[in-house]
Design a binder for this molecule. Structure first.
Ligand SMILES: CC(C)(COP(=O)(O)OP(=O)(O)OC[C@H]1O[C@@H](n2cnc3c(N)ncnc32)[C@H](O)[C@@H]1OP(=O)(O)O)[C@@H](O)C(=O)NCCC(=O)NCCS
Length: 178
């Protein structure tokens, strides 16, 4: 199990008791952003997060803001079992609204990419969001992912876009300029 630190965050592997925090997070309509997440579905996200750490050795992190010790959200690698394209490991990010707009999702996303490529040998990491979700798309772009396509997925009324970055592109980004 791997806990990592960024400048402003402690990112620690998901635990069973984080399920309570996840319910609280998704009780905010701003965080749900028009999506419908009944409590049983949120509980399944939480269970999946614990299981991924056990099975894959990686998974979503609980994000703790260092200066306050606050539990601020869920960030990190997440396996999308029902995603219909080949590569199913995404970077995901959901933060309490009070913490938006400070670059924290991007800080966590970059750390998740490093973790996936350097520690777990992943070849491609994706990210999926509603086409209209400009902030999430911006986080993906800032983390170096590029647009790969638009399609319908779980909700037939909401097109989603998917972005990806391959290991080779990640390595190239990490080489410092001469
Ligand atoms: C999406 C989310 C994780 C972003 O977190 P964050 O910490 O605020 O993200 P960052 O600060 O790293 O970057 C956000 C970027 O989006 C931009 N942005 C935010 N809202 C925007 C909007 N409505 N239109 C255009 N750009 C917007 C910001 O300006 C910033 O880009 P910049 O650095 O170039 O200025 C956060 O809004 C959230 O938790 N939302 C609810 C859960 C969710 O929808 N998660 C994604 C599911 S796919």
């Amino acid at each position: 199990m791997t806990t990592v630190e960024t400048d402003r965050l402690v990112l620690r592997p998901w635990r069973e008791d984080d399920g309570v925090e996840l319910q609280r997070l998704f009780s905010d309509p701003a965080v749900r952003g028009g999506r419908s997440f009944p409590p049983e579905r949120i509980a399944r996200f939480a269970e999946s997060s614990v299981r991924q750490w056990r099975v894959n050795g990686f998974g979503p992190w609980a994000a703790i803001e260092k200066s306050t010790g606050d539990w601020i959200g869920r960030i990190g690698l997440d396996q999308l079992d029902d995603w219909p394209e080949v590569d199913k490991i995404e970077i995901g990010f959901e933060l309490h609204k009070a913490w938006w707009g400070r670059g924290l999702a991007t800080e966590g996303a970059l750390t998740a990419l490093d973790f996936g490529f350097e520690q777990h040998g992943l070849e491609r990491i994706i990210s999926v969001t509603a086409a209209a979700h400009t902030a999430a798309r911006r986080v993906m772009e800032k983390a170096g992912l590029t647009y790969r396509g638009t399609r319908l997925w779980t909700n037939p009324d909401v097109p989603v876009v998917w972005y990806a970055i391959d290991r080779i592109a990640w390595k190239a980004r990490k080489i410092p300029a001469p």
